[in-house]
Structures are given as structure tokens and as C-alpha cells.
Ligand binder design. Structure first.
Ligand SMILES: Cc1cc2nc3c(=O)[nH]c(=O)nc-3n(C[C@H](O)[C@H](O)[C@H](O)COP(=O)(O)OP(=O)(O)OC[C@H]3O[C@@H](n4cnc5c(N)ncnc54)[C@H](O)[C@@H]3O)c2cc1C
Length: 816
């Protein structure tokens, strides 16, 4: 065995082999894969081998499309057949709600280049004659759907990788991982040791065990999964004969079933509600090419639906039932990328659909390792989306929920209950008593809206039961004053002698003067956005960065990767150790003035000022800024004071009709100002000019910030896209995100987010369109749930276009 390698991939399942193939393809031919047994000895060998491009997340769908398109390439290079059968498929809806979802999937497919169309149940029956059309209300037909041989496919990746120069060591178990002071790794195996700068955890069923070798508990859990294979069926033979083809694949969402032909019979698998984790705490190293005991009772309810929806099964004999384990992350998406604080340690685990996603995972990871960037938008799959809060017990609860809901609809207003409440702020109970309906953001409970007695969310694609209440919360802010809990924002304290120079290099903006704040985009080397923050200069207290709560680990990883080695800069995420409250609205100043002795007069406490001031008997760091676009203040305090400050603000606010508002009202308010947000408008595939943040990119500042040259090129070329705001003639459903934007009969852009802007009583969509047409006022349509809705460009903010409410130097009323 070699003693050095550019990268060591641990695990010879389909994912590890794909990673190895891509590393070799992009030039790291001295990469080595270590497999403790034969290749495919984890979950790979007993997979059903099904694959499809359709996925609710467009970036995952793109990755799946890449994976399937790749099979020809690896077959040709390796000479190893994957036994790819592209049968085509039908996705079936038994309810109108599911049918609406299918329509939105087809719409997304239009800008992803995924060939899919809506068909009637009768047409679905023509394509897949085993189904009973009377059980369904509609269907989606997809071309790129099929199955392959799991072992053959894994071997094809492996052989292709070997051909390119990479090596594979079978029966070589990694037993220990030790990082040396120079950050390289000692990979200690039962057959000797390899030194390498890069280690990839592609351990599948053993991903947790490999994580534990480096002191991390990765949020993955294996679940038992069953499919049955029937004896040969005469109906299948008849279809093969009459069409000359294999039976179409089918996914029956309401039956929670997937089906495909297997030799002369059929394979039917299910994600049963009564699901069961496997090896909850640790995976035995002795587990190899083994199957688990089938438990037909557990899947009986799904099979019953299956036999009704596909009547030919009633007469078919069951040849065998396969029960095998495979792993999931809490949200069902893969966990890929570098792990914060562990230089050279990479994850490619939690891949629950290795044959739809393995190729794309290998591509993204190899590019990331070699070029420092995945080269595509992998936000939904990034290992950094889970922080330490995603404990083993949390993962267990969430994975069970996710498995049981694998084929269930998740409505845009639906918050899933498992693993909650986990993290709460000190005023959680007070807000709950006011009717707060919570959602979970990175494990923390955040108020979405305040429901009147007896009213709860009715889950829907359409405007729902919260509509009038959210409208009233918005009015409360715009007409008087509203209070919102903001602990979920990410807050980082930056200190050290070189803090200012470091921030100047990390962020594109000019650094604010002491006591001031500024908006602060952060770029990658390719000039695309990797963050959008508010930067505050706290003078002697150092700097504070405020950003998106869901991206805390993601951003910390980037910050840590770029910290100087000499310890001259420190950065600490404050999480729930710093709690937040925000008040906004025309009377916000009067409310705050009533509880502080500080001078809040507009000239003394200007827009974007920040300072520590007394609030009643406590003190808080207060910044004059508001994401609502209104006059507002953000208050940051220790957890021990949050309850007190909340009480004094509510008491003082009572005189002014203060109203609690949640993040749904905040969404409605920010849409009126066309403010973007991280993971929606701002993602690592857009340039700052494209995203409308160009004015915060100080190309003329002295510091050579990361991405400066690329940002200069974007400024010169003008970029490709523009973020725009549209008013949509929507009837009773607003955009959610990812809808196609049409112009001149063609899809030319996509929606990033939107909703109903209650203050303006208009339906708003934000999204990206090509720069060349970005200033056209009319001629736009947006496809919502399969219906074309005309739209027009809104080139100025709907609310307070001059910004006088938020930024004006004029006092609304008195001062402290
Ligand atoms: C019943 C069933 C049906 C399925 N059907 C489908 C389907 O239709 N379509 C689909 O896309 N997916 C399906 N899957 C899921 C699919 O099997 C997985 O997504 C895929 O196998 C994950 O591959 P992997 O490489 O991540 O993990 P694994 O296959 O588990 O591979 C991990 C490898 O790492 C090795 N390893 C671990 N630790 C070490 C160590 N310390 N040293 C050296 N080697 C180590 C293991 O021996 C193993 O070979 C199914 C799974 C099951 C159980």
C-alpha cells in the first residue's frame, strides 16, 4: 500500500467511488480509496437501483440530472455496464394538493431543462397499465427515470477511476485518523498508514464511526427499508410484449410507494409510517453483505394501498422481501463539504439516494477539494447546515420523521414537529402565551405569527388561515409600532489587534466608523456572494457582524478558514448567548425613548448608529436599523435581561398600541422594500451586482478583499443576471420560490422568494432574470401552481421609496 496520497477516500460504496472518480478526472490521480471489505459492502449492494431527476429542490434536481447523464460516460470509460434502463416514469397524485405539487415540479423543471409534463390519470394508465386510473387525479410523466445495477454502477465508477490513475485498496479498514500539527492526516489502517492532506468520509453506514475518529458526531442515522419482488406476472409480460419496452417506473405518493419492473415481475418499495431505525448508536463493524429480517406487518398498510392502486399485484406471488439499512440526514439531503475546524476533513455521507445523487455529490466534492469551491449551489446539501445542536437524539427524531414523510407533501406553511422545541429564547413562554406559532430555525424556535384563540395554520399551497392576522401584524408596524424577537439572527464578535484589517479583507464594504453600522457583502474568490451581513463597529468593544441564523456554521467555517495563523484576530459566534428584540414602526422612537435616558433624537442617534444604552434598569446594544424598512431599532442583550427588556418595551409600547409580529409579517414588510435575504436572493451563485448589492462593494478601497478582481470584472461586464421585484396578478396563491418567470413565451428566469405584501395589498415575487431584459416593465408572467399569472416589474420599493421613514433625519415626534 502506498504511504502518501493527495486524498484518501474512506468507503467503497457508490458515493466513495464517485468521489474517487471525480478526483481522478480533475487531476488528482494519486487519490486512493480504502474499503474495509469488498466494494459495495454497505448499503450499496442491496439498493433497488432506482433513479430519477425530479426533486422538490431545484439544486438537488440539477445534481440528480448530472448523475444520470454521467452513467454513459463511466460505462464508456470503464467498459463496465451499469445496466442502465431508462424506462421513463409516472409520478402519481391521488389528491388535488399532490397534483398542485406535481404542477409546481413541472414548472421548476422548465428552467432546469428537466423534461416532464402533466398528464391525466388515463394517459398515465396508458403508459403504466398496471395502475388503476380511478385512484388518481393526475400525474406527471418524466423521461429521465429508470434503474440500474447498483454493483455494476459502483464497479464502473471504480474501474473508471483506476483507469485515470487512482487506486483502490480493498479489505483495508481505516481504524484511526490523526491530524498532525501541519494539518495533514495520518490515516491508520489494518494494513499500514497513509499520509494525506485530505480525508473524505464516504463511510455510508459507518459515517458516524468515522466522524467519531475525528471527534465529531455527524447527524446521520440508518433506517431499515423494505421492498418486495413478485414472481413473474402475466400482466408484465403482456405490457412488455405490446409495447416492446419495460414497464414504466411509478411513484405513488399517496400510497408512499415506488414501483419498477424486476425481470418478469415487479419491485415495490415503500417508506412506511411505522419506520424503524437501525443501529441507533453505532454500526457494528462486523456488518457486511447482510440483509435484515423482513417485517411485512410494518409495510402492510402501504402494500394494501399498493394492491388497490395497482390491482395486478393482488394475484401476484411475492418472491422475496429485501430489508436493508441506509442512512439519512435530518432533512433527507446529503451531507457534503468541509467540516468546520477540521482542515482537510471532508464529508460525503448521508446520501440516501446514491444512484440519483452519487454522481453529483462526487462532482461537487471533488471540485471543492481541488478548486476550493463546489462549482455549483450546494447550500441544501452542505454539511454546515447542521451545527452542534443537531445531536444524536435530535437526528434520531428528525430522521424518523423525514423517512415516514418521504413521500408526503410539505406545504410552505407547514412546520414539522419532531425534535422540537429544542432551543428556546428566554421569552419563548411569554410569546407562546400571546399565541405565537413557532417554526424552527437551526434548532431555535422562532415566532412566525401570533394566532388568535382557536385559529391555527391550515396547511396549503394557497393563502391560508394566517392571512388576516399577518395583515394586522403588518398594519401594526406600518401604522404604530411592532415588536419582534430576533435571537435567531447570527451574531459574531470580532476582536484582536488585526480585526479591522482582516474585516477589510473579508468584506467588500468600507469599514464603518466607531458607533456606526454598514451593510457588508462577503465574496468568494470567484466574486460570488458567500454572505450578506450588517457590520457594526463597537469601538473599544471591537466589531460585531450580524447575519443569517441558518448560515452560522457555514459562515464560521469560511471565517475560520481565513483567520490569520498568528492569533491576531478572534471571531466568536454568539448564538443564543446574545438575545435580540427589534421594534419598528413610526412610533418606535417614542417607545424606546420612554425606557431610556439616551438621546434618541434623529441627529443624536442617526440611522445606522449603534451604541450601548440603558433600557430601564438594564442595558442593551442598540442599533438604529430595521429590516422592515421602517423607523426601527434592534436591541441586543444578554439572555438574563431579555425578558426584562421585553416587558419594559411592551409596557411602554402599550400606550402606542404596540403589536407583536413574527417572521411572516417581516417577510411581507421586507418585500415592500425589495430587501433580499440569505439562501433566497443571496446565494453563492450570484455576483453582488447581479444581486443589487453593487453599491456595497467598494472597489476603490485600498484593501484587497477576497473576490475583488472578480467583482471588478463583474462591474465591467455588467454580469449576466439581475435580481428584480415583480407585482404578480395572483389570485389566491402567491409565489413560494423557484417558480419560472416567463417572457416572450419562454422561461427566462426564476423566483427566489415572495409572498403577499399586506401593507401594499399586492402579491410580490423576487427573482433573477437576464440583464438584457431586466428593465422591461411589462410582458412578464410567473407560473404559480401550473397557472400563468401576469406580472409587472416594480422598479422602486413599494413602501417609502425615498427611505424617509427609516433613514430620515427628521424626528417623527419627541426624544428622550
Ligand atoms: C433496501 C434499499 C433500497 C434502496 N434503493 C435505492 C434506490 O432505488 N435508489 C437509490 O438511489 N438509492 C437506494 N438506496 C440507497 C442507497 O443504497 C444509498 O444511497 C447508497 O448505497 C449510499 O452509498 P454510500 O457509498 O454512501 O454508502 P455505503 O454503501 O454504506 O458505503 C460505505 C462503504 O464504506 C465502507 N467503510 C465504512 N467504514 C470504513 C472504514 N473505516 N474503512 C474502510 N471502509 C469503510 C463500507 O464497508 C462501505 O462499503 C436503497 C437502500 C436500501 C437499503
Amino acid at each position: 500500500m502506498r504511504t502518501h496520497a493527495q486524498a484518501v477516500v474512506i468507503g467503497g460504496g457508490v458515493v466513495g467511488c464517485s468521489v474517487l472518480y471525480h478526483l481522478a478526472k480533475f487531476g488528482w490521480t494519486d487519490a486512493v480509496l480504502l474499503e474495509r471489505d469488498e466494494l459495495t459492502s454497505g448499503s450499496t449492494w442491496h439498493a433497488a437501483g432506482g433513479m430519477h431527476t425530479i426533486n422538490g429542490d431545484p439544486n438537488v434536481a440539477k445534481l440528480q440530472k448530472y448523475t444520470i447523464d454521467l452513467y454513459k460516460e463511466i460505462e464508456e470509460l470503464s467498459g463496465q455496464p451499469t445496466s442502465l434502463h431508462l424506462t421513463g416514469g409516472v409520478l402519481l397524485a391521488a389528491t388535488e394538493a399532490r397534483f398542485d405539487w406535481l404542477k409546481s415540479v413541472v414548472a421548476k423543471g422548465r428552467y432546469l431543462g428537466i423534461d416532464a409534463k402533466i398528464i391525466t390519470p388515463e394517459r398515465a394508465h396508458e403508459l403504466m397499465p398496471l395502475l388503476d386510473p380511478s385512484c388518481f387525479v393526475g400525474a406527471l410523466e418524466t423521461v429521465v427515470d429508470g434503474h440500474l445495477d447498483p454493483s455494476g454502477t459502483t464497479q464502473a465508477y471504480a474501474k473508471a477511476a483506476r483507469k485515470l490513475g487512482a487506486s483502490i485498496e480493498r479489505f483495508t479498514k481505516v481504524e484511526e485518523l490523526i491530524q498532525l500539527p501541519d494539518k495533514t492526516w495520518r490515516v491508520i489502517t489494518n494494513k499500514g498508514e497513509i499520509r494525506t492532506p485530505h480525508v473524505v468520509n464516504a463511510g455510508g453506514l459507518w459515517a458516524r464511526e468515522i466522524g467519531r475518529m475525528v471527534g465529531r458526531e455527524h447527524p446521520v442515522l440508518a433506517m431499515e427499508h423494505m421492498y418486495l419482488i413478485t414472481e413473474d406476472m402475466p400482466e408484465v409480460a403482456a405490457i412488455n410484449k405490446s409495447t416492446g419496452k419495460e414497464v414504466f417506473h411509478a411513484i405513488d405518493f399517496d400510497g408512499e410507494l415506488y414501483l419498477r419492473q424486476e425481470r418478469g415481475g415487479m419491485l415495490m418499495g415503500t417508506y412506511e409510517k411505522a419506520c424503524k431505525p437501525w443501529s441507533e448508536h453505532e454500526t457494528p463493524w462486523s456488518f457486511g453483505h447482510e440483509l435484515l429480517q423482513p417485517d411485512i406487518e410494518r409495510i402492510a398498510p402501504s402494500l394494501e394501498v399498493g394492491f388497490k392502486h395497482f390491482p395486478a399485484f393482488q394475484n401476484a406471488g411475492i418472491k422475496k422481501i429485501v430489508n436493508g439499512p441506509f442512512t439519512f440526514a435530518p432533512d433527507g439531503n446529503p451531507l457534503i463539504g468541509p467540516v468546520r475546524g477540521l482542515e482537510g476533513y471532508w464529508c460525503a455521507c448521508g446520501v440516501m439516494a446514491g444512484f440519483s445523487q452519487g454522481g453529483g455529490v462526487g462532482l461537487a466534492l471533488a471540485q471543492w477539494m481541488i478548486h476550493g469551491d463546489p462549482g455549483m449551489d450546494v447550500w441544501a446539501m452542505d454539511v454546515a447546515r447542521f451545527g452542534d445542536w443537531a445531536s444524536k437524539a435530535y437526528t434520531n427524531a428528525k430522521v424518523r420523521e423525514n423517512y415516514a414523510r418521504r413521500f408526503s407533501i410539505r406545504f410552505p406553511n407547514e412546520e414539522l414537529p419532531a425534535g422540537r422545541p429544542l432551543k428556546t429564547s428566554p421569552i419563548y413562554d411569554r410569546l407562546a402565551a400571546q399565541g405565537a406559532q413557532f417554526g424552527a430555525m437551526a434548532g431555535l424556535e422562532v415566532p412566525l405569527w401570533y394566532a388568535p384563540d382557536g385559529v391555527r395554520d391550515e396547511f396549503s399551497w394557497y393563502r391560508s388561515t394566517d392571512f388576516d392576522t399577518v395583515a394586522a401584524e403588518v398594519r401594526g408596524v406600518r401604522e404604530r409600532v411592532g415588536l419582534m424577537e430576533t435571537t435567531s439572527f447570527a451574531k459574531y464578535r470580532v476582536g484582536g489587534s488585526a480585526a479591522a484589517d482582516w474585516l477589510d479583507r473579508m468584506l467588500t464594504c468600507r469599514l464603518p466608523a466607531p458607533g456606526r453600522m454598514t451593510l457588508a457583502p462577503m465574496l468568494k474568490h470567484d466574486g460570488k456572494l458567500i454572505g450578506d451581513f450588517t457590520l457594526a463597529n463597537l469601538g473599544a468593544e471591537g466589531f460585531m457582524i450580524i447575519g443569517s441564523g441558518i448560515a452560522e456554521d457555514y459562515h464560521m467555517r469560511w471565517f475560520q478558514q481565513h483567520l490569520p495563523a498568528d492569533g491576531s484576530v478572534s471571531i466568536n459566534p454568539l448564538g443564543t448567548d446574545l438575545c435580540g428584540l427589534a421594534i419598528a414602526g413610526p412610533r418606535a422612537r417614542e417607545v424606546l425613548a420612554a425606557v431610556t435616558t439616551a438621546d434618541l433624537s434623529p441627529s443624536a442617534f442617526r440611522f445606522m448608529d449603534i451604541r450601548r444604552i440603558p433600557v430601564g434598569m438594564a442595558s442593551a446594544l442598540v442599533g438604529r436599523v430595521s429590516y422592515t424598512g421602517d423607523l426601527g431599532y434592534e436591541l441586543w442583550c444578554s439572555p438574563s435581561c431579555q425578558r426584562y427588556i421585553f416587558e419594559v418595551l411592551m409596557k411602554a409600547g402599550a400606550l402606542h398600541g404596540i403589536r407583536l409580529f413574527g417572521s411572516r409579517a417581516l417577510n411581507a414588510l421586507r418585500l415592500e422594500k425589495a430587501y433580499g435575504s440569505w439562501a433566497r436572493e443571496y446565494r453563492p451563485i450570484y455576483g453582488p451586482l447581479e444581486a443589487g448589492l453593487g453599491r456595497f462593494v467598494a472597489l476603490d478601497k485600498e484593501a484587497d478583499f477576497i473576490g475583488k478582481e472578480a467583482a471588478r470584472r463583474e462591474r465591467e461586464s455588467g454580469g449576466r443576471l439581475r435580481l428584480r421585484c415583480f407585482i404578480v396578478d395572483a389570485a389566491n396563491a402567491d409565489v413560494i420560490g423557484d417558480e419560472p418567470i416567463w417572457r416572450d413565451g419562454k422561461v427566462c428566469g426564476w423566483v427566489t422568494s415572495g409572498g403577499y405584501a399586506h401593507g401594499s395589498k399586492l402579491s410580490v415575487a423576487m427573482g433573477y432574470v437576464p440583464r438584457e431584459v431586466a428593465d422591461e416593465l411589462d410582458g412578464w408572467s410567473i407560473e404559480i401552481l401550473g397557472k400563468m399569472q401576469s406580472a409587472r416589474l416594480q422598479s422602486t420599493p413599494l413602501f417609502d421609496p425615498e427611505g424617509t421613514r427609516m433613514a430620515s433625519a427628521l424626528a417623527t415626534t419627541g426624544t428622550a
